[in-house]
Ligand binder design. Structure first.
Ligand SMILES: C[S@@+](CC[C@H](N)C(=O)[O-])C[C@H]1O[C@@H](n2cnc3c(N)ncnc32)[C@H](O)[C@@H]1O
Length: 196
């Protein structure tokens, strides 16, 4: 990671904009570098940090990325230009809960990092969009540690998200179409290869 990517992290942190952890972004960079995907889908653009990580790691790749917050999407657009990757990116502005139903095309790498309570709902759509041999990379799958231990006194919203995430983890790890590795970095990452 170079200093300029660090400056994007600083920008996000100073404005309370969530971006993936440094450890998870290193894993993302290494995974994309090794696989060299050509067509990447991302759910959750934020300011474009993870998109730039992926496009830096795979120089031939094109990225379609979904974001519903127009303000951060505008910052992402500027950042994609600054890093010289804007010609390889389309930002789909809208609610992923609707857009995932409309997405078409075939992707060899999908990064799911949007609404944390929706991974399980999105999973079948991601599976349809992913080619055999493709990779589904998901951040925050341990959701602040709550997925493995749901305490009584947490706010309802967090419990619901943790339960949904638990259901997603159960689904993807038991799905015979996928081989999944859970990485205990950052907030938890799964890297799943679609076998067929
Ligand atoms: C964790 S941030 C993404 C961080 C980014 N992938 C990175 O590491 O640079 C999650 C993003 O998903 C967006 N988001 C949340 N719910 C969404 C939805 N229903 N549809 C589209 N985007 C959504 C948020 O606005 C936020 O920018």
């Amino acid at each position: 990671m170079d200093n300029t990517l660090k400056s994007l992290r600083e920008y996000a942190r100073s404005r309370y904009i969530p971006v993936m952890s440094e450890e998870a972004s290193t894993l993302l960079y290494e995974t994309v570098s090794a696989l060299q995907p050509r067509n990447i889908l991302e759910i959750g653009t934020a300011i474009g940090y993870s998109g730039i990580v992926m496009l830096t790691a795979s120089k031939q790749a094109r990225l379609n990325t979904v974001e519903m917050n127009e303000d951060v999407a505008n910052v992402a657009r500027e950042n994609f230009c600054r890093f010289g990757v804007s010609e390889r990116v389309n930002i789909f502005l809208g609610d992923a809960r609707e857009l995932v139903r409309q997405l078409t095309g075939r992707y060899d790498f999908i990064f799911m990092d949007g609404p944390k309570g929706q991974y399980e709902t999105f999973f079948p759509y991601m599976t349809d969009l992913l080619v055999a041999g493709g990779t589904l990379f998901c951040d925050n799958v341990l959701y602040k540690g709550l997925v493995e231990h749901i305490p009584e006194n947490k706010r309802h919203k967090h419990i619901t998200v943790a339960r949904n995430m638990r259901a997603f983890l159960d689904d993807i790890t038991s799905d015979p179409r996928y081989r999944t590795v859970l990485h205990r970095v950052g907030d938890g990452v799964t890297v799943s290869t679609k076998l067929y």
